[in-house]
Design a protein around this ligand. Structure first.
Ligand code: C2O
Ligand code: CU
Length: 475
């Protein structure tokens, strides 16, 4: 059976599968075959998903939540054929991957929205390795079920470990009880198209999208805490966890009871290994960590919502350990231990980071007004007559991002490029998303070496929908 048939079968039955001891993620992990051109069929469609005793009427890729784990090798072709079975238009964005602009999946900006019933082919050569994810960039679809992990393997894996698990965190409210997410795809596409003509603050007051004030569930790999995925390990093994925050509105604090985590990658890119007890992960960020399985038992892997309270979890279970899992709300003591900060992260690669003085420095402030959220640049909301901020190809750009005007954290994401977070003395991490807390300023440097139209926005989906974005035009 080919990988595709295999995944197709999984997809068809996913709603009814019981994950048991071996998670769907592990089962779905198959490397794509370059001989097939890396072809994979992704089918966004209405679906009823079993979150572990809770049924959600939502939309999903191939009937699965998260969407199927796509795995490719760096340098191989990726070809994902997206056929839209929804009633609304859709799109797929390959978060963090420096793809050619027309493959970036931003409707109204880099492509026409994928109309109901039609197909769009995303194809590119996989340019990087690491832990990424894909998600719809249309309306609020990624707060519904339209997201999945995308694992890009290096040609030669430099890390050694015995097994790995992908852990996709999410906040969930779609299609359970009284909760519904409005899927007005039209709204967002219009926003993009009219960015040039209208001033941002005016836009939000017209069509503000309500920001959710509660999420009934927090999920890891599509499972509610009452029915968590079990991650089976053997004593003595080294386990790689790929942690992806796919939530729309929730940043999490993550810890594994009884174990330290050795952080090896941030946003897919290698860092000098650093041992921590806990880490905070903003929306769209990823961390890869290694765990030394040297403490047999049944342990809580917990992700605590720092926005609205509540917790997601998975269970690390050693073979031969038969105890009952801790209560769903159990908070590992490690949560209060040594905590990761960007200052502790140093890019491990010989990445081509810009040296010396930037060609252009762009001061930005995060602001909240008229019920919307905005990024002002040099005190203004729109910066040129066409609405884009213009950059010359290969310019060394510096963003000085301040969160001076809001009381909320903002995970700021740049499309099509990595940036280098300036943390002080030593070389900071290479990232595509930086979590900016209230009152904080983060400076990042990047080289505008990927021509096209690129969004820069807050990855709080509701902040983005309410205006928290700018667009860069690299020519
Ligand atoms: Cu995760 Cu505009 O992207
Ligand atoms: Cu925000």
């Amino acid at each position: 059976m080919s990988r595709q048939q295999f995944l197709g079968l999984l997809g068809a039955g996913a709603g009814a599968l019981t994950l048991g001891d071996y998670g769907l993620v592990e089962a779905a992990t198959r490397l794509s075959d370059p001989a097939s051109g890396g072809l994979f069929h992704l089918n966004p469609a209405p679906a009823t998903i079993d979150l572990g005793g809770v049924k959600a009427k939502t939309i999903a890729y191939n009937g699965m939540l998260p969407g199927p784990e796509l795995r490719y090798k760096q340098g191989d072709p990726l070809h994902v054929k997206v056929t839209n079975h929804l009633q609304d238009t859709t799109s797929v964005h390959w978060h963090g991957i420096p793809v050619p602009n027309r493959m970036d999946g931003v409707p109204g900006l880099t492509q026409k929205p994928i109309a109901p019933g039609s197909t769009f082919d995303y194809h590119y050569t996989v340019p990087v390795s690491g832990t990424y994810w894909y998600h719809s960039h249309s309306a609020a679809q990624n707060d519904r079920g339209l997201y999945g992990p995308l694992i890009l393997e290096p040609q030669q894996e430099p890390l050694s470990y015995d097994r790995e698990y992908t852990l996709v965190l999410d906040d969930w409210r779609d299609g359970v009880g009284r909760f519904r997410i409005n899927n007005d795809a039209h709204l967002y596409e219009c926003d993009i198209q009219t960015a040039a003509e209208s001033q941002a603050p005016a836009r939000a007051s017209e069509g503000a999208v309500a920001v959710p004030t509660s999420y009934p569930y927090y999920l890891i790999n599509g499972r509610v805490p009452a029915s968590p995925q079990q991650l089976t390990v053997k004593r003595g093994e080294v386990i790689r966890l790929r942690i992806i925050n796919a939530a729309a509105l929730t940043h999490f604090r993550v810890a594994l009871a009884g174990h330290k985590m050795r952080v090896t990658h941030a946003d897919g890119q290698p860092v000098a290994p650093v041992d921590v007890d806990a880490l905070t992960i903003g929306m769209a960020e990823r961390y890869d960590v290694l765990i030394h399985a040297d403490n047999p038992g049944v342990w809580q892997f917990a992700a605590k919502s720092l926005a609205l309270g509540g917790m997601a979890r998975a269970i690390l279970r050693y073979q031969g350990s038969h105890g009952a899992p801790p209560p769903a709300s159990f908070t590992p003591a490690e949560m209060k231990g040594r905590h990761l900060s960007y200052q502790m992260l140093h890019a491990a690669n010989d990445v081509s980071l810009p040296e010396g003085k930037p060609d252009i420095t762009i001061p930005m402030n995060m602001e909240s007004r008229f019920g919307g959220f905005f990024i002002s640049v040099d005190g203004r909301f729109v910066n040129a007559s066409d609405g884009y901020i213009h950059l010359r190809r290969n310019q060394h750009v510096r963003f000085v991002m301040s969160n001076g005007g809001t009381v909320l954290p903002h995970p700021m994401h740049l499309h099509g490029h990595f940036f280098h977070v300036r943390t002080g003395a030593r070389r900071g991490p290479l990232k595509d998303t930086a979590l900016l807390f209230p009152g904080q300023t983060i400076t990042v440097d990047w080289v505008a070496n990927n021509p096209g139209l690129w969004m820069f926005h807050c990855h709080n989906l509701y902040h983005m929908l309410n205006g928290m974005m700018q667009t860069f035009k690299v020519t």
